[in-house]
Design a protein around this ligand. Sequence first.
Ligand SMILES: [Zn+2]
Length: 136
Amino acid sequence: MTDLRPPIDRYNAPYWAGLREQKLRLPRCQACGHLQFPMGPCCSKCLGESFEWIECSGRGTIWSYIVYHHAFHPSLADQVPYNVAEITLEEGPKLISNVVGVPIDELCAGMSVAAYFDRQDDELTLLRFKPQTERA
Ligand SMILES: [Zn+2]
């Protein structure tokens, strides 16, 4: 558990609400169809300002990763060594997360992963990933 809490605003609130429901939802631009991540007031492709929230598969692959041997924040001290990975979602967007449930020396770029909803408390669920053993 970490005491680092994300800033939740009107643009990303549906994302965090989705994670609490064990769903990965991202905003899709209604003008051009671009999946916008990170969320913001407008589409980074066409500057459209209307979005619909869609549920993503949660499946993706590790694009790259690093291993922290020193805690980035004091609240993470008991978690070192830990990884920070860039995940390419099946739907296209890339995001930064952690891959859990696999020894660090078995991590590799290209590994298939699936969303793991890591509940911290009633208000906060974090999106992490686990190795994907089979396709749903
Ligand atoms: Zn757009």
